[in-house]
Design a protein around this ligand. Sequence first.
Ligand SMILES: Cc1ncc(COP(=O)(O)OP(=O)(O)O)c(N)n1
Ligand SMILES: Cc1nc(C(=O)O)sc1CCOP(=O)(O)O
Length: 507
Amino acid sequence: MKVDYSLYLVTDSSLVPKNTTLLAQIESALQGGTTIVQLREKELETGPFIALGLQVKALTQRYHVPLIINDRLDVAQAIDADGVHIGQDDMPLVQARKILGPTKIIGVSVYNQKEANDAIANGADYLGIGAVWDTSTKKIKRSPLGIQGVQDVLRLMDVPIPTVAIGGIHVSNAQELMIGSASGTRHLDGLAIVSAIIASSDPKQTCQAFSGLLNNVFGSFEPPIALDTSSIVEKSIKLVDLLKQTGPMVHHITNYVVINDNANATLALGASPIMSTNTEEIDDLAAVNDALLLNMGTLNDIDAMILAAQTNTRHGHPVVLDPVGAGATQFRKDTVARFLKECNLSVIKGNGGEILSMANRGGRSRGVDSVGNNGGEANAVLAVSELAKNNGCVVVMTGPMDYISDGTRVFVVENGHPMMALITGSGCMASSVVACFQAVSEDPLIGAVAGMLTITIASELAMKRPEVKGPGTFRAALLDELYTISNSPELIRTHARLREIPLARSN
Ligand SMILES: Cc1ncc(COP(=O)(O)OP(=O)(O)O)c(N)n1
Ligand SMILES: Cc1nc(C(=O)O)sc1CCOP(=O)(O)O
C-alpha cells in the first residue's frame, strides 16, 4: 500500500474549540485534504480510546485515509487500525513489529542520525522528525532541531524512507521548512501537525492552505538530472565495479527450473544469492538483504513472496518481479494483480507476452513462453511506459530488443543474441542480473539498463567463443562471460548499443 504522508494530522482532543467536537474537526480536516490521521489521545483510558478509535476509523475509511494510533498497540489491534506511531521511550520497534506483523504501518519519532538509522534498520515504515520548533502542544525534552537539524537527519539517513517533520508547524512556516530542509534529492514527504489544524476554527480551510502550499513545494523539487545514453553506459560500468566490490545479497524466491542458473548468474557478478522460500526467516533475511527477486515461473509460495516483498520494502530494499507466464492462465492474471496491489515493486521484468498482457496491449503466451509479435516498437514503448507510470516502477520488456521505462523515459537495449531464446531460463537469469544491479543502483531505471546491457553483451561475447556449438555450450559460456564482464566492465563501453526513444514522439 502506497501511503501519502504529505498532510499528516495528529489529534489532541484537549485543543478542540469549545463549540465543536473532535470528530467534526477531523472530518473537516479530511475534507480539506488531510492524507493520514494519527489518533493521539494521552488522557483516554483503554475502553474510551477504543470506542473513539472505532468512530474515527469509520470516518477515515470513508475518505480512504490511513488511521494510525499513537503509542497504544493494544488499541491499534483492537480496532484493526492501519498502524501505530511510537516514540523513543515507547515499546521498542522490534517488539512492536513482532506483535503487529509485516503489513501494519509503524512510524517512529526520531531526533538525530542514530535514532533515524536504528529505526530504518529495524524496519520502520516512516520517521517523524522533531521537534522542529518549540510548541505549546507538548513539553519538548530536547532543544528544537530547527530547519538545519531536520536537513541533517534527512541527509544522514542510510536509506531514504518516508519522513514527516513535527513540532510548531503552521501555514506561515511550512514552506520555509519544506524547502530549507531539502538537500539533493532528499526532502520531507510531509508535515505532521497538531494545533494548527485541530484547534483551527476552520480545519478544512487550514488544510486547503497546507495542501496548496505542499503541492507547490513538491512541484518545485528538482527532478534528478536526466542522463544521456553515453552517461548511462558509463554509470553501468561503475555499477558493475560496485557490484563486485560490495557483493550485495540478493534474495531470490524463484522457480525450480532455473534456480541453479539464477544463483550462478548472481555469483558470476560478485553478488551473493540466497534462495530461501521459508517464511520463518524472511524477517532475518530482509535485515541483511540488499534486493529481492520474485519469479512466478512454477508459481509456488505466493504468500511467502508477498510477505518477503513487504518486509524488504520496509527495509528500503528494491523488489524485482519476473511475472513469468503472466496472462497465460486466469490464476496467473489474479496473482499478478495481487502483486501489483499488495507489493511496492521497483522493477517488473518480463518478456513481450507477459508485459503486453499486463499492459493490456496484446501479448500472447504459450505456457511461460512469449509467442507472436509485439505489435511493433510503438506498441512496446506504450506498454512499458504506461505500465511503469501506472505502477510507479520501472518496466523491462525483453525480446530481440529490450524496452525499458520508468514512465518518463524509454530506452532500448539493442544488444543480445538469438541463442538466448533457445535455453530455458535465460530470461530468468536476466532478472537475477537486473536484481543484482538494483541492489547497488540508486536509480532503478539506470540499474535496469545496466543489468540488461550486462546480460545481453555477455550473450554476444558467449557466442563468439570457439567452443560454443549450441544451447548447451552457450549456457555455460553465458555464465563465463558474465564473469568476464564483472572483471572487465569496460567491455560494456565497447559493445553497448543503447538508444533512447523520446516519449512524446512515440505517443
Ligand atoms: C508523526 C509523529 N511524529 C512524532 C510524534 C511524537 O511521538 P512520541 O515521541 O511518541 O511522542 P508522543 O506523541 O507520544 O507525545 C508523533 N506523535 N507523530
Ligand atoms: C506530538 C509531538 N511530538 C513532537 C516531537 O518532537 O516528537 S512535537 C509534538 C507536538 C506538535 O504539535 P504542534 O503541531 O501543535 O506544534
